[in-house]
Design a protein around this ligand. Structure first.
Ligand code: HAM
Length: 416
């Protein structure tokens, strides 16, 4: 037997209904907030992520599924959606053609991470992005959409954390302060942190190595180094959240593991997810569109991990079994008529099934039970000769006869 690749998974019937619930809820909310769906390819030029996600990130350094294709081109299976969304926004000049550059996408992402609960190598995201809006009200709208999603799914005890990582103007002073504060401790940090100190000191906050934590806890906080415009922006974002009644807390360590962030960063953390507790994360990225060759436009967005949303769903979120009928055939004549009735029911928009292999009525009824059919229609024998069909209500076993000609409408009444 050839098994699925480590870190990938099949989403089986029984589980997939929860996914559909999450996806449907996300789609409805995005539509309500005015976000349009954009679908981008799963493979892109490697350069898009090297530049977009950032050379100093763990994703680009260690986790990308990159390969040389048969034409000799370096391509990457997307580890995240944001660079692709930016590319499409620029490539199709969407700011001219769309009424508002508010977009969402859903689909698989690929990162070569160590698999564990809530962390996979192929996982799925809902990605939401807005281009071209500086106003802090859009930061609040995006965070509100994320918060609404969690609430609409009935996920309880979720926690919103926010931070601001400043901009190109104030970042250098913060980085300098970080390095200064590290001072003699730097050689004691892990190898990754040594590299981070050289390439992007902010990334030191991504470190998960236990021994490094006491040193990192003593490092300065980005919000103490914000320039005036960044400080005002962040104050306004928090004021909007307060006005919306969305509870938040400040997390100094929330620099997020991607290089493009500026100003607002945020995550919503869930309970019962173990170490991988981020249901979603995002922030502002005011330089990325320009860095990727587009016009100088700000951006903000977030991505939610669909696996994690599904894991966090309350047990009560199990989708209801759809109401359906089951057609039982007696004898060959009955079977011919049963097949015709089955098709009539379906053509009328009703869910109906039949058993093709088992011949006995008992075996057919057993299948109806397993399918949790609401009503069984028994076709055949003397009744059929009289132009009638037997209706059996599965919940209580009640049976009655009804004219064949009226069956579809009677079943419609029973199922809807
Ligand atoms: P991210 O924090 O790397 O951000 O990922 C967002 C979410 O995707 C995480 O909070 C988590 O729920 C889920 N996720 C990430 N990696 C895995 C994994 N290996 N297995 C399962 N779930 C995972 C981004 O991707 C940014 N593009 C978000 C963004 C959009 N920022 C601005 N716009």
């Amino acid at each position: 037997m050839i098994a699925a690749i480590r870190g990938t998974h099949d989403i089986l019937p029984g589980e997939v209904e929860k996914w559909q619930l999450v996806e449907e809820t996300a789609r409805q909310l995005c539509a309500r907030y005015g976000y349009l769906e954009l679908r981008t390819p799963i493979i892109e030029h490697e350069e898009l992520f090297a530049k977009g996600t950032g050379e100093s990130t763990d994703i680009v350094q260690k986790e990308m599924y990159s390969f040389t294709d048969k034409g000799g081109e370096r391509v990457t299976m997307r580890p995240e959606a944001t660079p692709s969304m930016v590319r499409a926004f620029v490539e199709h000049n969407l700011e001219q053609t769309l009424p508002a550059a508010k977009l969402f996408a859903m689909g698989p992402m690929f990162r070569y991470e160590r698999p564990q609960k809530g962390r996979y190598r192929q996982f799925h995201q809902l990605d939401v992005e807005v281009f071209g809006v500086n106003d802090p009200a859009i930061d609040a709208e995006v965070i509100d959409l994320a918060w609404m999603l969690i609430a609409a799914l009935g996920i309880e005890r979720a926690e919103l954390v926010v931070n601001s990582v400043g901009c190109a103007q104030c970042r250098p002073a913060f980085q300098e302060a970080l390095l200064k504060a590290l001072g003699d401790d730097l050689p004691r940090l892990c190898e990754d942190c040594q590299r981070r100190a050289r390439t992007n000191p902010l990334r030191i906050y991504d470190c998960k190595v236990e021994a490094d934590q006491p040193i990192i806890d003593r490092l300065p906080h980005s919000i103490d180094y914000l320039c005036e415009p960044c400080a005002t922006h962040f104050r306004d974002v928090r004021a909007h959240l307060d006005a919306f009644g969305i509870p938040w807390s400040l997390s100094h360590r929330l620099v997020r593991g991607l290089d493009y962030y500026t100003r607002t960063t945020f995550e919503i953390l869930g309970q019962a997810l173990g170490a991988q507790n981020a249901l979603l994360g995002g922030g502002r990225y005011d330089g990325l569109v320009k860095d990727l060759g587009g016009p100088d436009r700000p951006g903000i967005g977030f991505a939610a991990g669909l696996e994690r949303l599904v894991l966090a769903l309350p047990a009560s979120a199990a989708p209801a079994v759809p109401a359906r009928a089951f057609v039982v055939a007696i004898g060959d004549d009955g079977r011919r008529e049963a097949l015709v009735l089955l098709r009539e029911l379906r053509a009328a928009g009703l869910a109906a099934q039949m058993e093709f292999e088992a011949k006995g009525v008992r075996a057919q009824m057993k299948r109806a039970d397993r399918l949790q059919a609401r009503v069984a229609l028994i076709v055949g024998g003397d009744e059929l000769a009289r132009g009638e069909v037997t209706l059996r209500t599965m919940a209580n076993g009640d049976q009655r006869s009804a004219p064949r000609a009226d069956i579809v409408e009677i079943v419609r009444g029973l199922l809807t």
